[in-house]
Each structure stands twice: as structure tokens, then as C-alpha cells.
Design a protein around this ligand. Sequence first.
Ligand code: NAD
Length: 510
Amino acid sequence: MTELADAPSVTESEGEKRISHWIDGRTVAGESGRSGPLYEPARGRRQGSVDFASVEEVDRAVQSARAAFPAWRALSLAKRTELFFRIQALIDAHRDDFARLLVSEHGKVFTDAKGEVARGLEVVEYACGIPTLLKGGFSEQASTGIDVYSIRQPLGVVAGITPFNFPAMVPMWMWAPALACGNCFVLKPSEKDPSASLLTAELLKEAGVPDGVFNVVQGDKVAVDAILEHPGVSAVSFVGSTPIARYIYETGTKHGKRVKALGGAKNHMIVLPDADVDMAADAAVSAGYGSAGERCMAVSVVVAVGDVADALVDAIKERLPAVVVGDGMDPASEMGPLVTAEHRDKVAGYIESGAAQGATVVTDGRETAPENDGFFLGVTLLDNVTPEMDCYRDEIFGPVLSVVRAPTYDEAIRLIHENPYGNGAAIFTRDGGVARQFQFEVEAGMVGINVPIPVPVAYYSFGGWKASLFGDSHAYGPESVHFYTRGKVVTSRWPDPATSKVDLGFPQTR
Ligand code: NAD
């Protein structure tokens, strides 16, 4: 393997970027001979390649992390906190650099990309409070002369495997609490937009994080399987689609690892007849089409209850021409392209199948996409969708919003309960009693009341239910501190000073 010490982590030749690994504090060019293409979605062109790690390259990253672990876990909480404040300041200073990378490789618009960095940074800020978060319990005189206390200690080397849709933020959900708790980290980012992981690595080094504490291996299933099977990896965090989340959970736990795997979603937003229709329509548009619908918390299904349906569909439809689709660096753009041409075509296929299966195509995004080589699709609104249709059953992960009409609240909540996913769910109503009932009974991990995308703030934890989460631990917040540490309880007794044979040099009084 070639070490490119002091070289930029992204190298360029003949106008093409080459994205390599980051191991032991430096860029390491992959030598597996395998790589994947890196696209620029807004231009529909290839802009470079991503090295794919072999089993040996993953092993090298894990060995580097293992070697760094004893000193890292021994670093005092005070010093680790100081370091985290420096990390926070550096990421804060590089918000625009992160955002430009995200626009270039993911396609989301610049303001949205900055929003992603801001939400990730909140998790880093939470990690700055690690001395408080790691405080244990103490019971003095649990038995005569005996004290009992609990401490939480890091696991060792932990790994994160992340999706394409939040290439800066989702890794921050993982590495920030993991490192703050004293673990060393190996990140396997999405091969579709890997550059943010390398900027992160460079900033962590600049902040003073020792070599080996944070490593990045680029790649595909080969790298993922090498992580899952590696005896030196103690825990794996995953965020991605449900079939892969299930696979990660089953394979990782079979190899004795602690695993949390967040999966896909099909988020419903119920609108009751008493809701503020304008407020609900604004929410449906921003939550349905923001980031081109490529968010696990995007609203995918609007359930219009009773006679609100016609007014709501009209209100959403009338807002759609204002959603300007274009290059994410153009300040006029509100929605960018999809991540790849294949994904764009797959999403467009749901408009076709929806129409064929009986849905009403109110607005067809195939007709409004900018005419250029970018992976663009305009916004689509489907009405009269029913649960048997493919556009209802599958996670589309694109700018296609479906409206299902339900006669009553009970029917609306039944739809959510019968859906296999349980990530987010929202209700729009003016009735506090119904909202409270919804919060009580809805089967979803994150609930919005007149809030369409209820992503928890950094000091709560993020996670869904049912097929949206495998494992019992949610991401970031207090649950991440628990996930990235293991408990130890100490029972201690000391010789009674009054009967001690050792001369302590002062009178023994009790
Ligand atoms: P994905 O499942 O295709 O990929 C996620 C990661 O798994 C990537 O790093 C990828 O390289 C790896 N991977 C892909 N196929 C694999 C295989 N066969 N074996 C081993 N590893 C494999 O997901 P994606 O398309 O990158 O991201 C979109 C999905 O992520 C959507 O389903 C979305 O809902 C979900 N997501 C969920 C959350 C959440 O918090 N629940 C957040 C963001 C995204």
C-alpha cells in the first residue's frame, strides 16, 4: 500500500479526483485494484473514482485503531474535552467546504448542505459535554465499610457504515460520541459521496486527534464484510436501507459485536379536517421534496382525512411551481438532482407504475425536470394512492409525494400501524386531545405534532421502530453514550484506619 504522507487526501490526475483511504493519520492509496466511479449529479458526469478497500486494507485500519486505543482511552476527560472544542471550532470554520463537497457529490442545494453540517455539528457540541455524560453512580456504605460505584468504559475499536444521503452528518452521529467515550473509529462511508469523510479526517488531525484514532476505509460490500467479520472490531453502527441494515445486524451480531442498524422509512403525515391547510401544505412540500426526497425522515405519504383532501391537494399543487429544480450551487435552486442516473430512473418508475395502478398524477416531475445531462427529476404529486400500489409499498427515496385519502383518523392510524416501517410520523391538527392520543398510540420512534420532520435535537436520541431499526439502541444523544461504552460496577472495602497496622502519622479517631 502506498502511503501519501502529507499529501492531500484527494488526489487529481487528468482532471479526475481519486478518493483514497485514511489510515493511521495519513492518506493511503488503495491497492486492491478495485474502485468505483464518483459522479457529479448536477452535471451528470463522472468526476473521479473511489478506491475500494480489500480485506487486508480494512485490517490495516483496524490494527492502527487498536494500536492507538490504549493511549486514547487513557487521555483525561479534561484533555479529551479540550480536543473536542477544537474539533468543533474547526468544523464550524469549514462549514462551507463541507457544503461544497456535498453539493458536488450528493447534489443537494448549498443551503440544505449547510443545514446538514449544522445538524451534525450539534452532535459534536453534545460530545463536548462528555465529562458530564460519563459520570457514574456512587453508593457510600452499601454495606458496612463497603462502597459500590459504577463506571462506563469504552469498547475499543468501533466502526461506522454510512449512507449516501447525509455524508457529513451521519458519520458525525457516530464518530463524535464514539471518540468522546474513548473508542477508536473506522468509518466506511458511502462510496457515492466519500469526500466529506476525508475532510473530517484532516480536521480531526489538525485538531490534535492522535494518528490511528480515526480511520476511513472506502469501499463496498468487501470492506463492509471485512469490518463485520473482524475480531478486532467491538461494535458496528450502521445507517442505510432496511435490507442492508438487517444484514449488518445479523452478520455483526453473529460475529459477537454490539450492533445498531438504522434502516429505511416510509413516513406518513396525517392531516385532519381541522388542520391549518396552508401550514400543512407548506410542511408537506418542504418535507416531501427537500433534498429531493432523499431523507430518511422525508414525508412520503400524506394521509388526508375526510373532507380536507381536495383543499389540501389543491394547496400542495399550487405551491409546486415555486420549487425551482437545478444545480445546488445556484442560489435560485430549491431542489437538486438525484444522486445517480439509476436512482433517478428508479424513482421515475414509481410515477409510471402509480399511474398504471390507478393513482392520479397531479404533477408529473418527468415533465418539469431541467433539460440537461444532470440526474434531475421534477417534483411529483400522486393523489388517490392506495396501500396496494408499489408507490405506497416501497420506500421511493425521491421527490414523489403520495396522497392517500382516509375517511377517519382511525383509518389513518391503521395505515401507519400496518406499514412495516416506523421511523417518523406526523399529525397536523388543532385538536390537542387527538394529538395527544396520536403521540400515545402511534408506532413510530419519532413523532411530530404540526412538525413534519421531527428529527430529535442532539441531546435526545434518533431512531425508528419496526423495520427502521435493528438493535435496541438509537443514534446520538444519551443512547449513543450507552452504546459506545460498557458498564463496570466496583465494590470496594478498605482496611479500617482505626485498626490499621500502618502508622499514618496522625491520630486515629472515628
Ligand atoms: P444502502 O443501504 O444502499 O447503503 C448504506 C451503506 O451500506 C453504504 O456504506 C454502502 O456502501 C453499504 N452497502 C450497500 N450495499 C451493501 C451490501 N450488499 N453489503 C454490505 N454493505 C452494503 O443505503 P443508501 O442508498 O446509501 O442510503 C439510503 C437509505 O438509507 C434509505 O433507505 C434511507 O431511508 C436510509 N437512511 C436511514 C436513516 C435512518 O436514520 N434510519 C438515515 C439516513 C438514511
